[in-house]
Design a binder for this molecule. Structure first.
Ligand SMILES: Cc1cc2nc3c(=O)[nH]c(=O)nc-3n(C[C@H](O)[C@H](O)[C@H](O)COP(=O)(O)OP(=O)(O)OC[C@H]3O[C@@H](n4cnc5c(N)ncnc54)[C@H](O)[C@@H]3O)c2cc1C
Length: 382
């Protein structure tokens, strides 16, 4: 059933993306295994496979060397690609530099990022700073025409692979959240101390904690003015939240498809398990939740295309879709019986990957509080 918010051109893009995913990306990953972190070379090879369909330069304007697609197209790309390569939903730096960077920063960084010569990620979270991003402790001290970075960042997606990272730091600790700045950092991994986490899902991606000690960066690498870091982060964040929602929709849809196929093929009591009413009811619930989540995600992409404010809608989409994906993938495991928790079928991986999504770009609780604040005019945070 075509999505009412998508045009025939978007549906055509969906078909082309699926073709690349199933013909090139899935066999590539299956050959090396789903449970081990990708090398930089492997991740670059996978991202290059997506270039003919407009990723990773998607919504970066053509004038900046991008594909100049609309946001709904980015939603389609993320929904179809992220279930096999979660990084696609978290890959924001090219878009961020195109949106927030100076002409010189765009000239310096975008060509290598868009051609996937370089990989990139963002660094906000710290070991002691999660939801309260205004409390960032990592400092960038000005020393002539350089900043000297000191502190530890946590949970960097592909943190050990990225050549470029946009880091949120405090350039003026006395000013608290108004003293934060965003800086583009060229990562010389030989001079950085990193450790990776072992995670429940998204095992293709190394998530890292990275420590910067006396790490120098030119002042010209700052995005925007000093003290604007948090405001700039929030400006670019609605597309990130919509990406998380579309990623969740893609996982949920894959679980629905797997459950339907299994329910038709698996026989018990002399007939397909899909003929039992409880199984059909469960599949109907999975379909309804997945389609509701898709509509919510695509509403955000539509509002972004229209240049309209969508913070409230992005919060609703983010928490609803990511939690729906956890429920839907869990139900898909149930439909598969014991085989659902084995690696013979994809649903256990889909569940583990979905469970990763209720934290990044704002936890479910934080998004509920943002929606509650918009409804009630009362701020639970302060
Ligand atoms: C898959 C994945 C990828 C990530 N990628 C990145 C990345 O690339 N870069 C990066 O910087 N970070 C990344 N993160 C980190 C992510 O941004 C943080 O997990 C998130 O900000 C929440 O912080 P926390 O996990 O420390 O939880 P905390 O903020 O410590 O929260 C712990 C619990 O308390 C709840 N809580 C906190 N405050 C409140 C409140 N006021 N009211 C009610 N409940 C509250 C939370 O909802 C949560 O349930 C990633 C995380 C994951 C899981």
């Amino acid at each position: 059933m075509p999505d009412v918010l998508l045009s025939p051109a978007h549906e055509d893009l969906r078909r082309r993306v699926r073709d690349v995913r199933d013909r090139e990306m899935v066999p590539f990953i299956a050959r090396r295994g789903w449970d081990r972190a990708l090398s930089a070379g492997e991740l670059k090879a996978l991202l290059r496979m997506t270039q003919p369909v407009g990723y990773p330069s998607a919504v970066v304007p053509k004038d900046d060397g991008g594909a100049g697609l609309d946001y709904l197209s980015l939603g389609v790309l993320v929904e179809e690609l992220a279930p096999v390569l979660g990084f696609v939903a978290a890959h924001v730096v090219p878009r961020q530099i195109a949106m927030l960077g100076s002409p010189a920063q765009k000239r310096r960084y975008l060509p290598a990022l868009l051609s996937v010569e370089h990989l990139s990620t963002t660094a906000i979270t710290e070991p002691g700073v999660g939801s309260d991003a205004g409390a960032i402790a990592m400092t960038a001290r000005r020393a002539g025409d350089r900043y000297v970075l000191d502190g530890t960042k946590a949970w960097l997606t592909i943190g050990t692979l990225a050549e470029v990272v946009t880091v949120l730091v405090s350039t003026d600790p006395a000013r608290g959240s108004r003293g934060l700045s965003r800086i583009i950092v060229d990562m010389d991994h030989a001079r950085l101390a990193s450790t990776t986490y072992t995670t429940l899902g998204d095992r293709l991606l190394p998530f890292a904690e990275v420590t910067f000690s006396g790490y120098e960066v030119p002042v010209e690498n700052r995005l925007g003015e000093e003290g604007e870091g948090l405001r700039m982060t929030l400006r670019a964040i609605q597309a990130s939240r919509a990406s998380m929602a579309s990623h969740a929709v893609g996982l949920a849809q894959a679980a629905v498809d797997a459950a339907i196929a299994y329910a038709k093929e698996r026989q018990q009591f002399g007939k397909p398990i899909g003929s039992f009413q409880l199984v059909q009811g469960s599949i109907a619930d999975m379909i309804a939740e997945t389609e509701a989540a898709r509509l919510l995600a695509n509403r955000v992409w539509t509002l972004l295309d229209r240049g309209e404010e969508c913070a409230r809608e992005a919060s609703i989409a983010k928490f609803y879709a990511t939690e729906a994906a956890v429920r839907v993938t869990s139900k898909a495991i149930q439909v598969h019986g014991a085989y659902g928790v084995s690696d013979r079928y994809p649903v256990e991986r889909l569940f583990r990957d979905a469970r990763m999504l209720t934290f990044p770009d704002g936890t479910s609780e934080v998004h509920r509080l943002l929606v509650g604040r918009a409804a009630l005019g009362l701020d639970a945070f302060r």
